[in-house]
Design a protein around this ligand. Structure first.
Ligand code: HEM
Length: 735
């Protein structure tokens, strides 16, 4: 055994260890505080000085980092610091006799293991996170007093967790679903959590329907099937009876429901929030994240296959990009609406099933977020991060959106369930970077109680202090919204138009995007076994678009119901991701197919050209390691067995590989990439492979063939940048 927990008795201990050997640092580590722990010293020393009793990172500590590393070469110990003599055998009566209950080492180790799990999130259980920084470039001082939105140039630490909504913690990344996009800003004035999705609207208008919505999309409770899929009876039973979900249904069945990468998604705060300035004036706001890499998606067949081939596709992609220094960036945008302009727009700003078209209320970019550090420990950071929509800072406030109001209750409540008590704000990843100073105490796993006698406010006894802060001194003062009304369970009639924006979305799609929505609904409703539910769903679609309902009904073999879509709503081009994509191939991954005898010059040339475009080439060969090539050798890091075409954004078949025409797996790579509309390149006799796979289709758009890789490179890189070649006509002949 070569690795060991640092032993408090160890003679190499740093000098801050107490004489007892159980130092403050070890105490906090044992309590799970880790390197970013609350500085107890501050709290203790500051007992008579409330301002000093703060939550701070220790100097040099990594925010959100896990506890101390198991130290190389040091002795293994129990959690109580006792050195372990044998970690291979339980204590037993004779070498072949029964184990003895008294064995404290076995008991402790097994007890700890048996309690490793905390409840997974009831929704958004599967996620991936990263640390980063947000930098403001345009002040919103005209609208808000929030320093994070007014101090130009200030860098605010962030932690972002992306997630799927439906599946359990071990489900596949690429399931059709909305994606969570939750950002924790560690601002100088406290934590601000922007807990959004990659879709700007939600299924329901009132939070009281959330448990029903979630029950309906989760696996059906009697046999717990299907996992991470909405294609089943109970979901569409609920949706067909909940017409307010029509708009979000369009988004989830669109390409947005199967993103290529977390790095290539937009993010939306969804609800209307308020910005409040120093004088107490409120401006309504919607928050947006705009990815620098553009918005890109998978195709459905590819997403399903990836679910089996690489269920970790998105989390791997995020971690690899950050490790490679390809730090993903998003611009923070705001849509602003004066309080007295709410009557000038055609939707109710409190209705979370409605968006504000950018053509009506433009998005202004004010800052940039860069994710630049992977977590060191998934559990400590990504699993234990706890977001709450109610975490806001002075200058940011809530609207009366009934979904947001319900969320403000729900997230606190659910964290109590996950963390077994209220002390999760002390976990390193959840600690604010600004002072924490109050008289809250005790509870499960509390390790930072103040010493002394005074634990209440107001107080006058020695050791007590603490004072309130005015707005001018940075205190959080809620927006003084005039409120009146009759106590009533009812929705405003201004929430009643459930279909116009669904129609707006569908009409705004390009032709391939429309086809994808139609096919997605054919798939989803094709899995519904109850005819009455299918018919009700068609009734809903009939109010969105004539063609949509006709093509879905035709597929289901059911009559086309009549509806009255609001076609006059027109289009909003900003809703189409095809129209907002960026023409750049950066950070994508290309499989370079090789065989024995491949041209080393071709492999080098295409690899160099791809790297210049910040694209990662991956050599796929018949086996791993060096592959004999003409002009040297090339090294394969993946094979036709260990990889599939779905793991790449594009393929290139290098010259000298005509022998691959008799390799079924290699030919299938090309067929499948073609069917997924991906760029395919070939040089020299490598072009025989696309010809064998595609026949005359090898002349279709996005298939680039040239005598040498060098000659093919410019067009091929451009074809990779285009991402998918929708104008291919022969895809159905392959699939
Ligand atoms: C606009 C609508 C909504 C959005 C954008 C949204 C987004 C999110 C996101 C991103 C997460 C994952 C946070 C993380 O990564 O840890 C999450 C979790 C959660 N959401 Fe929502 N949600 C919405 C509506 C609701 C509603 C209406 C409720 C309940 C009233 C709700 C309850 C929850 C709960 C209980 C969790 C699990 C939190 C945890 O255990 O950490 N959400 N939501």
């Amino acid at each position: 055994m070569t690795e060991s927990v640092r032993n408090p008795q160890d003679s190499q201990q740093p000098s801050d260890e107490g004489a007892s050997g159980l130092s403050r640092r070890h105490f906090m580590a044992a309590a799970g505080a880790g390197a970013g722990a609350i500085a107890l010293a501050g709290a203790v020393a500051g007992a008579g000085d409330a301002e000093a009793a703060t939550t701070r990172l220790e100097p040099g500590a990594v925010p959100g980092a896990p506890g101390p590393q198991v130290k190389h070469g040091a002795a293994l110990t129990s959690n109580l610091g006792v050195r372990i003599s044998d970690d291979q055998n339980t204590l037993r009566a004779g070498t072949r006799g029964p184990s003895l209950l008294e064995d404290p080492f076995f008991r402790e180790k097994m007890m700890h293991f048996d309690h490793e799990r905390i409840p997974e999130r009831v929704v958004h259980a599967r996620g991936a996170g990263a640390h980063g920084v947000f930098e403001l470039h345009t002040s919103l001082a005209q609208y808000t007093s929030a320093k994070v939105l007014t101090q130009v140039g200030a860098r605010t630490e962030v932690f972002v967790r992306f997630s799927t909504v439906n599946g359990s913690r071990g489900s596949a990344d690429t399931a059709r679903d909305a994606r969570g996009f939750a950002t924790k800003f560690y601002t100088s004035e406290g934590i601000w959590d922007l807990v959004g999705n990659n879709i700007p609207v939600f299924f329901i208008q009132d939070a009281i329907k959330f448990p029903d919505l979630v029950h309906s999309f989760k696996p059906e409770p009697h046999i717990e099937v299907p996992q991470a899929s909405t294609a089943h009876d109970t979901f569409y039973d609920f949706i067909s009876l909940t017409p307010e979900s029509a708009h979000m249904l369009m988004w989830v069945t669109s390409d947005r429901g199967i993103p290529r990468s977390f790095r290539m998604m937009e993010g939306f705060g969804i609800h209307t929030f308020r910005l409040v300035d120093a004088s107490g004036r409120s401006t309504l706001v919607k928050f947006h994240w705009k990815p620098r890499l553009g918005v890109r998606s998978l195709v459905w067949d590819e997403a399903q296959k990836l679910g089996g081939v690489d269920p970790d596709f998105h989390r791997r992609d995020l971690a690899e990009a950050i490790d490679a220094g390809n730090f993903p960036k998003w611009d923070l945008g705001v849509q602003l609406l004066a309080e007295n302009d709410v009557d000038k727009v055609t939707f109710d700003v409190l209705d979370a099933t409605k968006l504000w078209p950018e053509e009506v209320v433009p998005v202004q970019l004010v800052g940039t977020m860069t994710l630049n550090r992977n977590p060191q420990n998934y559990f400590a950071e990504t699993e234990q991060v706890a977001f709450c929509t109610s975490h806001v800072v002075p200058g940011i406030d809530f609207s009366d959106d009934p979904l947001l109001q319900g969320r403000n209750f729900s997230y606190f409540d659910t964290q109590l369930n996950r963390f077994n008590g209220p002390n999760w704000t002390q976990l390193p990843v959840n600690q604010p970077r600004s002072p924490v100073n109050n008289f809250q105490q005790d509870g499960f796993m509390r390790y930072a109680n103040r010493p002394g006698r005074v634990n209440y406010e107001p107080n006058s006894l020695p050791g007590g202090t603490g004072h309130e802060s005015s707005a001018a001194a940075g205190g959080y003062v809620s927006y003084a919204e005039p409120v009146s009304g009759t106590k009533i369970r009812a929705r405003s009639s201004t929430f009643a138009d459930h279909f116009s924006q669904a129609t707006l979305f569908f009409q705004s799609m390009t032709e391939p995007e429309k086809q994808h929505i139609i096919q997605a609904l054919q798939f989803e409703l094709g899995h519904v076994t109850v005819k009455a539910v299918q018919e009700r769903m068609l009734g809903l679609l009939a109010n969105i678009d004539d063609r949509l309902v006709r093509e879905v009904a035709g597929y289901l073999g059911l009559p086309v119901p009549s509806g009255s879509p609001n076609t006059r709503i027109g289009t909003a081009p900003s809703l189409s991701q095809e129209r907002i994509s960026k023409p750049d191939a950066a950070t994508r991954k290309v499989g370079v197919l090789v065989a024995e005898g491949v041209s080393a010059t071709d492999v080098a040339a295409i690899s160099a050209a791809l790297r210049r475009a910040r694209v990662t080439p991956v050599v796929v060969g018949p086996r791993l390691g060096p592959i004999p090539a003409s002009g040297g050798s090339v090294t394969a890091t993946m094979t036709y067995l260990t990889s599939k075409s779905v793991q790449f954004d594009a393929l290139f078949v290098a010259g000298g590989t005509a022998s691959l025409t008799s390799n079924g797996a290699a030919v299938h790579f090309v067929e499948e990439a073609f069917m997924h509309y991906k760029a395919i390149g070939a040089s020299g006799d490598g072009s025989a492979v696309p010809r064998a796979a595609l026949g005359s289709l090898s002349r279709e758009p996005g298939v680039v063939v040239a005598a040498t890789a060098q000659a093919a490179a410019p067009s091929f890189v451009a074809a990779v940048a285009a991402h998918r070649h929708w104008s291919r006509t022969g895809v159905s002949r392959i699939s």
